[in-house]
Design a protein around this ligand. Structure first.
Ligand code: ADP
Length: 672
């Protein structure tokens, strides 16, 4: 069921165009919810940030938005719409149903070399493109790579990216990102080249994919830095000689000895079984206008195609941009390029959902309370002028091959022979549609025959009209892919709302003064991790103290409440039936209550706070100061094949590796 419309005050612009569903993730900055774009019916991810909580980090969000507006690539998560209200910023993004690569790795323990290669080629493709556009990502890690419905990688979280004014060959100074993935030169506080630091992170990422753990890891920050700067790590026995060599070439402490992304494109390890270099150019270049999509929009807006195109080409990241990009996404997935029908309101006999009423037709105008960030003056050289991202001097020797090193205008394209091979050899990567091919060649796609073909001669207006679909009825709400059938049963327990307040806590940089006097700034993931470690101690168990007993008592309370008639009523509907997915741990049990009770008692034992809603447990760990350090969800489900009970897991907040250990611990009794 969509969330209450009152949840985000002043967000009429959002609710006008989207249905908003449950939280699907959260980071240091933001809470991310599943949404549905009403006009196209497409699912989207809505990243929600509270301006007050962002405080000094607001410029980072602007950096992320500007970067995402400039990036359009098959392996980079697409930005569709930006809505800014007095208190919130909403970024509407391509929805990646498969979740984080991190969760995928932990489910599988580690990936085979073959599967790693499939993902790694896509990561190289995304990074080569991002670098070719002059950006360094600077926070590459498996939590920032999502999996879409076709099992493809999508890069997210450009909040720490940098676009040096003089191109990527200019050195950067700010130390940011997650320390475990940070390059040695970065943690030493030296000036560094963004693309070179990204390659180091890609090496750490590759190691994590192949091994299921990090090459450099330590709970103690100083020891971790020492390990990273020494560049020494152990190669486990299962790594092939080719993998050992590639990791070694990427994890070179001296940046100039490291492989470049350009060299990765046709590296023998990367090419193995493919016999073709990585295709890194965008299949969806920015600015391309698809005639079919424009025609469909023009019909609905009762405008001419020309004026619709002119409006679209403003690329304001408003409802026009979102509708176009979502229609295009439908088209590229082979779905009909159609907006949802707009029958008269109340056409079906069911009453409107409470709190909703028929609304005026949608106006494609800027709402008075909603400032579209695209219209905010945000100059092109914004990045690295911000106090928290600084660029140092130009380094002549820093010039490297493309897409790593040079500025946008100075791109070293892959050699002709490489191009030729690419053209002749079908790659195992996803097939492209004829439209995509023609887009790459710069051709205009064929105009669609039929009713939409002729241009509609209506006078151009500044305000573009789309007719609103009927108000959603309870029946239409059933389309929610994950209906919330849960009933709260522990009124005194921590509510998800309560949790969300913690999620949106201000992301303040942790500054570490190194002996040399350099200041390191790290993303909150690391901070949460160190806090978790402080709380959990080396054994991963919470240290004894007053809080622990309070927490344990609360946990026991919940187990007792479990057995009350009210609780039984709440569980009456039974667990959801789902298909086995990688974020579901299979058990050998067939009785869901038994599994649920066992999890409840393990959570209590481990002093993990939780709220129970039916078969879903919202779990949290807290620091001694009461700060939520980790939040995740466990849901007991029934699987069809095999017919056993499964436990769906989702990390909502906190360090991914700490989460991995904790959840593994909680579910270890069931693992088969
Ligand atoms: P932050 O900038 O606060 O770190 P992120 O952009 O990393 O937030 O998003 C937090 C989490 O939300 C991600 O790790 C992921 O689990 C989820 N998420 C973010 N974007 C999407 C998306 N487009 N589709 C699905 N889940 C997403």
């Amino acid at each position: 069921m969509p969330v209450e419309k009152t949840e985000y005050r002043g967000a009429e612009e959002l609710y006008k165009y989207y249905e908003v569903y449950e939280t699907i993730g959260s980071g240091g900055f933001a809470k991310v919810k599943l949404g549905r774009h009403i006009l196209t019916g497409e699912n989207v991810a809505i990243k929600i940030m509270n301006k007050k909580d962002l405080g000094d980090d607001l410029p980072r969000v602007k950096v992320e938005i500007e970067a995402m507006k400039n990036l359009s690539h098959q392996h980079v998560c697409r930005l569709y719409h930006v809505i800014e209200t007095a208190t919130q910023i909403f970024m509407v993004l391509e929805y990646c149903v498969g979740g984080e690569l991190f969760d995928y790795i932990i489910t599988k323990d580690r990936l085979s070399e073959e599967e790693t290669r499939v993902f790694f080629r896509q990561i190289v493709s995304a990074m080569a493109y991002v670098h070719s556009q002059g950006y360094a990502h600077r926070d590459l890690k498996p939590e920032n790579l999502l999996i879409d419905e076709d099992h493809n990688m999508k890069l997210i979280d450009f909040g720490l990216c940098a676009k040096p004014k003089g191109g990527l060959t200019y050195e950067l100074m700010t130390c940011c990102g997650s320390p475990a993935y940070a390059a040695p030169e970065l943690i030493q506080g030296k000036a560094y080249i963004g693309s070179e630091a990204d390659v180091w992170s890609m090496g750490v990422l590759l190691f994590a994919l192949l091994c299921g753990y990090l090459p450099f890891d330590d709970d103690n920050c100083m020891l971790l830095y020492r390990k990273i700067t020494s560049g020494k790590y152990d190669n486990p026995r299962w790594l092939s000689p080719g993998s050992v060599l590639l990791l070694n070439q990427m994890l070179q402490v001296e940046p100039k000895r490291r492989l470049t992304v350009g060299q990765l494109l046709d590296h023998p390890w990367v090419m193995r079984d493919y016999n073709s270099p990585v295709e890194w150019q965008s299949r969806q270049p920015l600015g391309h206008v698809d005639v079919d999509c424009v025609t469909e929009m023009a019909v609905r807006m009762k405008r001419s195609r020309e004026s619709t195109t002119a409006l679209l080409e403003k690329w304001r990241y408003d409802q026009t941009t979102a509708t176009y990009l979502l229609l295009l996404s439908k088209k590229l997935r082979g779905k009909p390029v159609r907006l949802r029908p707009d029958p008269a309101p109340w056409q079906d006999s069911s009453p409107p959902r409470q709190g909703m009423r028929a609304r005026d037709p949608l106006h494609f105008s800027e709402d008075e309370d909603a400032v579209i960030l695209g219209s905010v003056d945000f100059c092109s050289d914004y990045i690295d002028d911000c106090p928290w991202v600084t660029v140092a001097q130009h380094t002549p020797q820093g010039v490297r091959g493309l897409p790593d090193g040079s500025s946008n205008n100075d791109m070293r394209l892959p050699s002709p022979s490489v191009e030729k091979r690419r053209a002749c050899t079908p790659t195992p990567e996803r097939g492209r549609t004829a439209t995509q091919h023609s887009q790459e060649r710069g051709e205009r796609p064929q105009e669609r025959a039929g009713g939409n073909k002729e241009s509609i001669s209506v006078p151009d207006r500044d305000v573009d009209l789309f007719v609103l679909p009927p108000p959603r009825t309870p029946a239409s709400c059933k389309k929610n892919p994950r209906p919330n059938r849960n009933v709260p049963t522990t009124p005194s327990a921590v509510t998800p709302q309560g949790a969300s307040k913690d999620h949106s806590k201000k992301r303040t940089a942790e500054n570490k003064q190194l002996p040399g006097g350099d200041i390191l700034t790290f993303s909150p993931e690391r901070r949460s991790r160190s806090l978790d470690m402080a709380v959990l101690g080396d054994s991963g168990k919470k240290k004894r103290g007053g809080k622990m007993f309070g927490s344990l008592e609360r946990g026991l309370d919940k187990v007792i409440t479990m057995l009350t008639p009210g609780k039984r009523r709440a569980l009456r509907d039974g667990p959801r039936k789902i298909k086995a997915q990688y974020n579901v741990t299979l058990t050998s049990h067939t009785n869901p209550e038994q599994v649920l009770n066992q999890i409840l008692s393990v959570l209590s034992e481990k002093s993990v706070d939780f709220t129970q809603k039916g078969y879903t447990l919202k779990c949290q760990t807290r620091s001694d100061f009461g700060k939520v350090t980790m939040a995740f969800e466990l849901e007991v489900c029934l699987l069809q094949r095999p017919e056993v009970v499964g436990v769906r897991r989702q990390r909502l907040k906190g360090d991914a590796w700490v989460y991995k250990h904790l959840v593994e611990d909680v579910l270890s009794t069931f693992r088969i």
